[in-house]
Structure formats: C-alpha cells, structure tokens
Ligand binder design. Sequence first.
Ligand code: SAT
Ligand code: MN
Length: 597
Amino acid sequence: MPSSLDSLNRWVDDVARLTEPAEIHWCNGSDGESRLLNERMLANGDLIALNAQTHPGCTLHRSSPTDVARVEHLTFICTQNRDDAGPNNNWMDPVDAHAKIDALFAGCMRGRTLYVIPYCMGPIDSPISRCGVEITDSPYVVANMRIMTRMGAAALTRIEREGKFVKGLHSTGELDPDKRFIMHFPEELTIKSIGSGYGGNALLGKKCHALRIGSWQARSEGWLAEHMLIVGIENPAGETRYIAAAFPSACGKTNLAMLIPPEGYRKAGWKVWTVGDDICWMTPGKDGRLWAINPEAGYFGVAPGTDTTTNPNALAMIQRDTIYTNVGVTADNQPWWEGLSEGEPVKDWRGREFDDAQGPAAHPNARFTVSARQCPSWSPMAEAADGVPISAIVFGGRRPSLVPLVFEAKDWAHGVLVGAAMGSETTAAATGAVGVLRRDSMAMKPFCGYNFADYFAHWLSFDQPGAKLPKIFHVNWFRKGSDGKFLWPGFGENLRVLEWILGRCEGTSDAVESPVGFVPGVNDLKLDGLALSAAARQELLEVDMHGWRAELADIARYLDSFGSRLPQRLKDEQRAIAAALESAVESTPVARRANGG
Ligand code: SAT
Ligand code: MN
C-alpha cells in the first residue's frame, strides 16, 4: 500500500530536481537540530550573537536592505478564474504563474541545503488545526518556523495520518526585488515564494498559509481564517471572556493582546491572558458559538516602540531565546530600537556606525521572533484543542479623525459592514507609502486569498438560526485632537474600552444609539483617574453626522468596486445607515438612550 507520505516524497524529489540543492535535510524540530543550525548561521554571518549576559540565547539577523517588509505588489493569487481572486488581489493565470516562477527556481539551490519543514498550524491535536510543509533554502526561515509553528516530527506524523497538507516552496533566490514573487495557488493548496527572506514573504506558515490559503480553505469548509489577535479578559469574579480583534499590521495587535491592566483594575483583580497576537481561526461549535484557536506558536512582533510603558510583557518575553531582525545594537551588543528607553545604539540595522542623519537605528519594521510561551501573560488555553469561545469581535484601524473611540454594531450583518468598511493609514509593515488612508476590510486587504465580495458573503452566512454569534464592535485608538496629538492614551488604558465591550455582551453597559451604531455616553465608560479633559472625552465619543455622511458615500463607492458579486445584504446595510444619517443631518440629531441589553 502506498504510504500517505508518498505524495510528499514525490514533491520533494520534484523540487530537488528543479532547484538542484547540494543536500536535503528533513527537519525534525529537535533541540539538537536547532543548536546545529544556529552554530552554522553564527559561523556564516546569517546570525550575529547578542550579549549573552543580558540576552541569553538571543541573536540578530540583518536582512538585505531592500528586503525588509511584505511586498504587496509582488504578491499574487493565481486562480483559474480571475474573478475568484477579486479586485482586492493581484491575479495571474496559474499556468503562466507556475512557468514564470519555476524559471526563477531552476537551479536556485545550487550549493545550498534544501530544508523540508513539516509544520502544524494550531495545537497538534486540534481538529481546527491544519498542516503544511515548507521547503526552503534559508536556515533563518527554519529557525523562525521552529518558533512560529509546531514544526517537526509530530507534524509529520499528523500529515502521514491525514494525507493532506499545504505545499509551500521558498527560496531566497538572489534577494533581488526584480526577481521576487509571492504566489498562491489556492485551488492546489500551494504557495511559491522566491527572492525574499523576510517575515510574511518567507515564513510561509504565517500570512501565506494561515491567511491566504487558510481563508480559501475556511470558506469551503465553513470556518473563518482572520487577521486577529485573541485575548482573554478575566474579571474580578474570576470569569474569563475572549475577544478577537482585527487591526492592520503594525497597529497594536501585539500590544492589545499583552495588555497590562491599569493599576486600579489590577488591584480589583482584573487579569489579561494572551492567546494570540496576529491570526485567529474560528469555527462554529455545537453550542452555536464561535470557537477560536491561534494557529501560531510564537510572535513575530514589531520591535520599535516596545518598552516598559507600552508593552512590558513583550519586553520581558524578549530578554532570552529571541531572534531579532533589523534592530540596532548598543556598545555592549544589546539589541536596540527607537522607543526603547534604556541604552543607546552604536550600530544601525544595516550594521553601519549609527548616525541619526542616516535614519533610525532600527528599521521601522524591525521584528522579534519569540515563543508564545515566554510571554508572562501567555494563556494555557492557547493549547486547547477546541479553542476558546469568542464573546466579541473588534475591528479597528488608524483613523486620525471622524471615527469614535468605540461603537457597537447593531447586529451581525451591520457588523460585517463595519468590518468591510474598515479604513486605516498604511504602516511600515509593507513596502510603499506610510500614513495613507485606505480601506482594509477586516484588516485582510493584503491577506484574503479570494474575492472580497465572496468573503463578505461568507461572513454573512454565519448568521444562521441557532447561532450564538459574538457581538461586533469598532475601536479607534488613534484619533487626534486639533493639536495633532492622540486624544486617547491607549495601551493598558484600552482595558476600559474592553470592559465596556464585554459589558455590552453581558447586558450591563449602557450606550447611546446613533445611526452608525451604539456609542457609549460620556458616563458609560469608566474613565476615572485618566488625565482626559471633558472636551477630549466628548470628542472621542462624538458622532459627527456630516462627516459620517461623507464616509458612508465613500463606503458605497468602495463596495461598488466589487461589482455584481457584492452581496445585496451589504448594500442594503450601507443604504439604511446612509438614509438614517441623512435624516439625522436634516433634523436636529436627538440621541436616544438604549437599554443595557
Ligand atoms: O511580515 S509579516 O506579514 O509576517 C508581519 C505583518 O506584516 O503583519
Ligand atoms: Mn499581521
């Protein structure tokens, strides 16, 4: 009888014939293997040792200066039918795409080792988890995948049992931006990536598998693969509720997932548990609720800005056994980045003598890779095979104006519109201009592996009789006052907003109804002890009807860009809100007090 590993073996043979490596190494994920690889990388300069007294087990990787972020313009979804990829993706015909990228793979591993990395996204025994195999010629990728996924022998055993896995082929190639492509073939459960060694371009379990291919699999199998953190909030009564929150890259998911409660909350007994900081797979349970796992086993977080005040949990977890990418270093060889209050850099992320005229010491998208278990707020529920039940889904982006601190969607379909209409200013996580406002539906613009119109329909389809769906909210930590400064202190204080959100789920927090959703009244949020002027409180919670009327018109234009595939239900939601705003603008807006539930 043929073993279910036959197809894997055949694929590895085919790839080896194409790429011509000097040797092939099957990764088992053991400590010994990891030590050996590290030694090799330290010897050849792929990794640089950091101060072993202050940062035991930590290393630094400097990527090529033109390879420091995801490359959305070189990322393709290759489906037989162009409309299946949708206007939200770059598309290429699969036959052309294979031909184009295989030409770049030909002979690309000469003199190099081909590593075969079997991995599992999610707890190894979870029915929600899915497996994949990445082939790469980058030992740095192997080291990162070992932290970010359940990699090695156990994953291979599961693959042998299931016979099904996502195939990912990666090579750093020549690290030439002109010979770089990140291609996805969802119909073949296949990924091919060449020319980059960086993060989301190269660690194929992450954005390529867990989101782009994952979202495709999720639609056909009835679940959701989302760009969301998962956080558990334990109240003083000892009850923990879980929130899943979607924000674009580099908008504070890691910080929110690891939040430290403000002092008053801490003393009262509130605790925060981190389940995930980037990706969430959710599936309807027998009880009608959505149950979520974090498919990852580690964090690939943004280093700049991480400090004792912003994210003390993250700072604590990256003191040992961490791979740093593109940070600066101090005179005594400690990692350093902008926003770190201690130490000062002598070398920048490229390894040059630090000179602030040449730019920052750390690249703005510099990262740390670390095992999730090192986080002081790590939740043991991150290993639960059934996942955790989600009480609330939160969408958010960087919106300097208009969008209030928090509001609640009126129901699931309205919530889907709120997610679809999400906008945010771009960040350094992808190459291109920073600070430009763009629509980023569900924070999935760079990551949805199929047509957004079909994706919105998939979201709407969860609204079934018997479903006990989470309530949907929108937050905006980034609203600015007329002085250009952020109005809201953010970070730990965000727990105040999460408390209101969970109160809405339990029927214990009040709100004011507005055409755009339920907004807390000034006294509905617990703001005691915050240095926040009455004017700032007012502004943070204000719904500017005229501004929102223009916003809804812009949302309508955005929705129209998806043509006839867009679900009518979503258009109806948009029209209903636009009409409500129209009458609110015409008459004097009278806010109606909504009851707790
Ligand atoms: O580079 S990654 O895609 O892994 C990180 C991010 O952009 O969110
Ligand atoms: Mn992300």
